[in-house]
Design a protein around this ligand. Structure first.
Ligand code: SF4
Length: 89
């Protein structure tokens, strides 16, 4: 039986509770890095969006409580919108 307290590298069948938090960060960064440039918004827009998220009460440990996404992954997408009913960005 696997030791549930031991954190491991990300795999297809992993639950977040089983994964090392640093590994989650690296995977998200990797997804952003490999995203085609044409799908990404401009750097200044990305920073603007994340600045708004930083001030938002829905931000919780890198995720958005309005939709459950990782905000850095959502904000990098050119056509993405803030899921909040007030559309903060
Ligand atoms: S509701 Fe919008 S501004 Fe707030 S954390 Fe989510 S994506 Fe960011």
């Amino acid at each position: 039986m696997p030791d549930m307290d031991k954190k491991r590298k990300l795999c297809k069948k992993c639950l977040l509770s089983e994964i090392d938090e640093g590994e989650v960060f690296l995977q998200i960064k990797k997804l952003i890095d490999i995203m085609p440039a044409a799908e990404k918004c401009r750097e200044d827009e990305y920073k603007r969006r994340l600045g708004i998220c930083k001030e938002c009460s829905f931000l919780n440990e890198g995720t958005c409580e309005a939709c459950g996404c990782y905000v850095e992954l959502r904000a990098i997408k050119k056509d993405a919108r803030c899921p909040h009913e007030k559309r903060m960005w």
